[in-house]
Ligand binder design. Structure first.
Ligand code: PLP
Length: 364
């Protein structure tokens, strides 16, 4: 037998891991600087790690109290009702929950191109289609309501990524509001704020106070350094927040994920250190890398390097793993995640050597 026709489905292409690259190239993993997946170079909060140890004995029981506690805690942070917080395994899980809640077969979603692959993947799993609006390198991936509306054709969900992956550009709240005003009453605008902590723009959660057509995605994977645990959430309007009970996979976030996230939320210092260091590092990359870069509000910088595949390959041999953006449709760009101060300085030096060796850099 065969699964259903999956020919229009494409596999997610993750950034390459340290062990994988070290094994391929016969290098010591300790000599590699991994800046390919926008992970937190400071790791998780030590309090989150301690919480996991402390609650390790509790994993034989379904996560009921911890799930409810984390939901309540997040709701209090945002000043929303706890039904409005949809916990999920990573923000990716929330994308699925929104697909389940919104899409009838053959409904379509509108996504940025280049952009995050999972929006389209999720729609297709749920028998929906995908249209795209273009963000253009020519105008620095600027995000306005107009850019999105020029491609809008009544899709059920419109995704906005702010800060945008892989470019780092943002959409202001005024533009998000204008977009939601201009789209149909039955179109949901989803603002993906996976990198929201690193930006200076306000969260779109405030828009939910007086509208029912905007939802916001947040995650513990980036600024909180819990990517390996898989915990994120959507904040949705009160009007239809009860749909969660009918669409979520029961016990959406695991016991240890909930415990660690609760502890991480209490460690303001760790988040602040992570955000400060990412802001420093993105400036350092922009000013010191021998290539043109785009302004970024995230924990990564997109750079024009000529031949992304060649540069990513050569950089790897030189001990730095960056993301070749060919799979995003940007074959001239690599995305460099921010490291620690020390790691970023070293990575930029090695990347500049690599670019000089290849002589492919587009000199700033
Ligand atoms: C990393 C990321 C996410 C969410 O990742 P999870 O680990 O599933 O929480 C969502 N959107 C974008 C654009 C991302 O880069």
């Amino acid at each position: 037998m065969q699964p259903r026709d999956l020919s229009t489905h494409s596999a997610y292409v993750p950034g390459r891991g340290i062990e994988e690259v070290a094994r391929d190239l016969g290098l010591d993993p300790d000599d590699l600087i991994k800046l390919s997946s926008n992970e937190n170079p400071h790791g998780a909060s030590p309090d989150a790690v301690a919480a996991i140890r402390e609650h390790a004995d509790g994993i034989s029981v379904y996560p009921k109290a911890s799930h409810a506690d984390l939901t309540a805690r997040i709701a209090a942070e945002w000043g929303v009702d706890h039904e409005q917080v949809w916990l999920s395994p990573g923000a990716d899980g929330s994308i699925d929950y929104l697909s389940r809640a919104m899409l009838e077969p053959d409904d379509r979603i509108l996504v940025p191109e280049p952009g995050f692959a999972y929006y389209g993947m999720s729609s297709r799993y749920h028998h929906g289609g995908v249209n795209a609006y273009e963000l253009s390198a020519d105008d620095d991936f600027e995000q306005t309501a107009e850019t999105v509306l020029s491609a809008y054709a009544g899709e059920r969900i419109v995704y906005v990524t702010s800060p945008h992956n892989p470019s780092g550009s943002v959409m202001s709240l005024d533009e998000v509001r204008a977009l939601a005003d201009a789209t149909a009453a039955e179109t949901l605008v989803v603002v993906d704020e996976a990198y929201g902590e690193f930006a200076a723009t306000d969260s779109a959660v405030s828009l939910l106070e007086d509208r029912d057509d905007v939802a916001v995605l947040r995650t513990f994977s980036k600024a909180y350094g819990l990517a390996g645990l898989r915990v994120g959430y959507a904040v949705v309007p009160n009007e239809w927040s009860d749909a969660y009970a009918r669409v979520n996979t029961p016990f959406a976030a695991s016991e240890l994920a909930c415990r660690a996230a609760l502890a991480a939320l209490d460690d303001d210092d760790h988040v602040q250190t992570s955000v400060d260091s990412a802001r420093w590092a993105r400036e350092h990359i922009a000013s010191e890398l021998d290539a043109d870069t785009y302004d970024s509000a995230g924990n990564f910088v997109l750079a024009e390097v000529g031949d992304a595949e060649a540069v990513a390959e050569a950089a790897q041999r030189n001990g730095v793993i960056v993301r070749d953006c060919s799979s995003f449709g940007l074959p001239t760009c690599v995305r460099i995640s921010t490291g620690t101060r020390e790691g970023t300085r070293e990575a930029v030096d090695r990347l500049n050597e690599t670019l000089a060796d290849l002589d492919l850099g587009v000199h700033a």
